[in-house]
Design a protein around this ligand. Structure first.
Ligand code: SF4
Ligand code: SF4
Length: 468
């Protein structure tokens, strides 16, 4: 494409919107080079990982499996249940802070190299498009020509492949929430036998298809909040993708006297998936994909000039100063990160293998056996095993200064893997020893699994508060 035919991005408006407000479709040109190669390797590795996580078994469960129906969450060998939901705070804040940290250090490296949106768009969707319709020039020409048999055929093939890809990814996505045997059963059954699952699958499929076929870079520009935060997260020493103005300017066509190294070929604009001109400085639309680096390096190599007119560098580095990796902001962030990791590890590894609750049974608050002269209180103890193996424990009751007796205490209780056991506990006290409401400690302890959990419940009798 000749540089005179390329629309020069204008910083006064979003690059993907025309002056009349309509969408300006971007047709990024092909590029090859060192960064493209390594991004592709990383991208395919990540696609493999995203697809494999529900298949990899750790401690008898998938590496990542969020079983919402059963209220169990399996993450890399650890199992959490609904009661552990508070740990989600650490996961969400940990991920958000790690993103802050990486951005302060390396700009939008996540967007360009690891985000599923970029990974699937760049390494699968656009490659399918190139395969079916050809390079950027052919794709643009095809889009602009009137409908004919060839156009209908190519569009049908392309959209069929996009839909098939979306359908496949939707199933991989669902396998994070539905067990593989169940998913397999769901695939084999008729839609009307599994309406709920079928609708969920189709919703995810259509959302992905819409993204692949139309929305694309708009997701990063309009929807994703991360790009908007970047200016607050980076500073002059964060490594970003930038243009060396000192070396490139004044730009001018090859042979222009006094011109810098930029020959204004607009190759960096042609390959940009968000249609921006990196020479206009850091912009929120830049997803850090490094296409412009490889494109410009290609041009520089042809002109026998040093590579790196566009490169990974800090704003200070691009001005010719030294980039400081160790700086007050990074020291503070590192400190916060280490504290966060320590607190999260303490919280995760401090989770007991079982949880327990003890509640008064419904009905009368106590039972008075006047004949035997005894008062009885009844509780329901619920013990939940969060481990993938059975757990054994003993139930004990205790009360200072009260000669209480309980049923089923000292007995061994076995709770199956990820199962629960309900035990009614009847605590009895001679009426003569009752002088008002007091507390009873119900405890479960296990020497084998090394834990002890206790709950305190009130023992009620005649004249106690609940009796009034
Ligand atoms: S590819 Fe390089 S030489 Fe060409 S316009 Fe961009 S910065 Fe200038
Ligand atoms: S400016 Fe460069 S790094 Fe940023 S999105 Fe465009 S091609 Fe990718």
């Amino acid at each position: 494409m000749k540089s005179s035919e390329i629309k020069r991005p204008n910083r006064n408006s979003v690059t993907t919107i025309n002056e009349d407000g309509s969408r300006r479709v971007i047709y990024p040109a092909d590029v090859s080079g060192r960064f493209t190669f390594w991004r592709r390797v990383v991208g395919y590795g990540l696609i493999f990982l995203y697809s494999a996580l529900p298949w990899i078994q750790i401690n008898g469960n998938p590496a990542v499996f969020l079983d919402i129906e059963e209220n169990q969450f399996h993450l890399f060998g650890l199992t959490f249940v609904g009661q552990d939901i508070w740990l989600g705070f650490f996961v969400v804040s940990g991920v958000a802070f790690s993103l802050y940290y990486v951005t302060a250090l390396l700009g939008r490296v996540w967007c360009g190299w690891g985000c599923p949106q970029t990974v699937f768009l760049d390494h699968v969707v656009r490659r399918i498009e190139r395969l079916v319709e050809g390079g950027a020039i052919e794709r643009k020409a095809l889009a602009n020509q009137p409908w004919n048999f060839r156009k209908i055929r190519l569009m049908a093939v392309k959209h069929f492949l996009f839909f098939a890809l979306a359908f496949l990814i939707a199933h991989v996505f669902l396998s994070y929430f539905i067990s593989l045997p169940k998913l397999y059963q769901m695939i084999q059954s008729k839609p009307w036998d599994q309406w709920g699952y079928f609708l969920k699958t189709m919703f995810v499929t259509f959302a992905l298809y819409f993204n692949f076929a139309w929305f694309r870079e708009q997701f990063c520009i309009v929807l994703c909040p991360y790009g908007r935060f970047q200016s607050a997260l980076i500073d002059d020493h964060s490594v970003i993708i930038g243009y060396d103005e000192k070396r490139g300017e004044p730009r001018g066509k090859l042979g222009t006297e006094g011109a810098g190294d930029c020959v204004d070929c607009l190759r960096c604009v042609q390959v940009c998936p968000t249609g921006i001109d990196i020479r206009q400085g850091l912009q929120i639309e830049c997803i850090g994909c490094s296409n412009c680096i490889d494109a410009c390096n290609e041009v520089m190599t042809k002109l026998d000039r040093p590579k790196g007119l566009i490169r990974y560098d800090s704003l200070q580095g691009l001005k010719g100063f030294k980039t400081k990796f160790i700086r007050p902001r990074m020291i503070l962030y590192t400190l916060f990160l280490l504290i966060g990791v320590a607190v999260m590890s303490w919280a995760i590894f401090g989770i007991r293998p079982v949880s327990m609750s003890a509640l008064r049974m419904v009905g009368a608050p106590y039972y008075l056996d006047s004949e035997k002269g005894m008062i009885r209180n009844q509780y329901m103890v619920r013990i939940l095993n969060k481990k993938n193996e059975s757990v054994k424990c003993r139930l004990e009751i205790e009360s200072h200064d009260h000669p209480i007796v309980g049923n089923g205490v000292h007995e061994e209780i076995e709770i199956p893997a990820l199962g629960e056991v309900m035990r009614p506990v009847i605590v009895t006290l001679p009426q003569s020893a009752y002088h008002g409401q007091f507390s009873v400690k119900i405890e479960i302890e296990s020497e084998v699994n090394r834990f002890s959990i206790s709950k305190t419940v009130p023992f009620l009798g005649p004249g106690s508060k609940e009796d009034e």
